[in-house]
Design a protein around this ligand. Sequence first.
Ligand code: SF4
Ligand code: SF4
Length: 478
Amino acid sequence: MSVGETEDLPLFAASKKVYPQSVSGPFRRLKWALLVLCLAVYYLLPFLRWDRGPNLPNQAVLLDIANNRFYFFFIEIWPQEVYYFTGLLVMAAFILFLMNAVAGRIWCGYLCPQTVWTDLYLAVERFFEGDRRERMLRDSMAWSLDTLWRKAAKHITWVMIAWWTGGAWVLYFADAPTLVRELATFTAPMMAYVWIAILTFTTYALAGHMREQVCKFMCPWPRIQAALTDDEALNVTYRYDRGDPRVSVKHAARLRSEGKPAGDCIDCHQCVVVCPMGIDIRDGSQLDCIQCGLCIDACDNVMEKVGREPKLIAFDTEANVERRKAGLAPVYRPVRLRTLIYLGLIVLVGGAMLWQLATRATAGISVLHERAPLFVRLQDGSMRNAYTMRLLNKRPETRPFALSVSGPSGVTIEAVGVSATADLRPIVAVGPDSSREIRVLVTVPHDTPLEQSQTITFTASDLFAGEVVRTQDHFIAP
Ligand code: SF4
Ligand code: SF4
């Protein structure tokens, strides 16, 4: 190409399909174990029972949208307690930051649902279509009957897994055994089928077809974690100080006999072909690396075969790469200011949530002043305001609450439609795990001096357990 000429390069290049090869080793075994654990928890958790007493659902984890409740074993979250979810999200973020500070994208490599399901889908693909070489060969050849049935079986299995994944998801929103029966007899609510269809499609598309593209282009975490990491975080690293120059075993022997340098890397590309992201870790630390460690397994196997020290590729830090360059010994510092801060924040948020849970009230009260009219003067000259009161009972049994009010001298309270009283206080029974709305009338005698607005305090006392809840509002006068 002469000076001035421009090459006609395409703006976008189609991504090359990745055919990860199977590998064995400790990191692969760890990935299998976590995969089984994560999938078992996801698919089976909705069937786990938890006895909460009569009138309450016995599903251990249940997002009961119809009744505005979330049940998690012994914890029951009401709509007004959604801040627990905020706390959980904040804690999850700090846990992710801590994992990143200790070992980079370790979450991506082992626990992210995208990784777990992609691994499962790859195992299915290998089962029907063989390992890397076989799959590449098959894809490069014309279609045959053998290819047809293998691909059909793979896609049917993928769709079945995707369907199970969507099916398990909806079981978290209703009583699982009942919903399974309804789904099997086509009597389940339409929304259940819609959600199953959506999740079937997304699982099949993301884990079966898009795979590493999701981690590279769709997920924001790689960019965020790159901004959060530091030189002391462990990352899968190629020891180029030991591996380069890369030469074959034979060539290395000759070079060494001549006193010339030869690295331990034999350039066999095993670390590249097993990589689910399709990258070469020997090119240095990369944003696309999910830290799965499979290249470590592959290289260790090669090193064992050629009789060299393992860990040519290993979890290491950028700081150690520099230390080795300077001839210093590597140092590992998982405990440092950054990790301590994250750990402290996790303990703080987790502790605050636990404390809040342990000390939270099992009753609640709220009032809303009626606007039309704001006040009424009665025949005897006394002043009356009306309120809508909501009483909450978070316990699994019916509780009687005695209502009282304090504020201006002689103030009294009356609950409309409630005749039971104790010490002149109206008694309102609230059913188990529910709330009750009542209309209350607050009256101040005519001889009590009143301002235009004064604070009054409503109190509801549980006659059995003794729990007392209060709220404030205003009493309005002319
Ligand atoms: S380079 Fe190694 S650790 Fe990174 S994604 Fe590929 S196989 Fe996994
Ligand atoms: S597997 Fe090890 S020896 Fe083979 S190319 Fe990768 S780093 Fe080099």
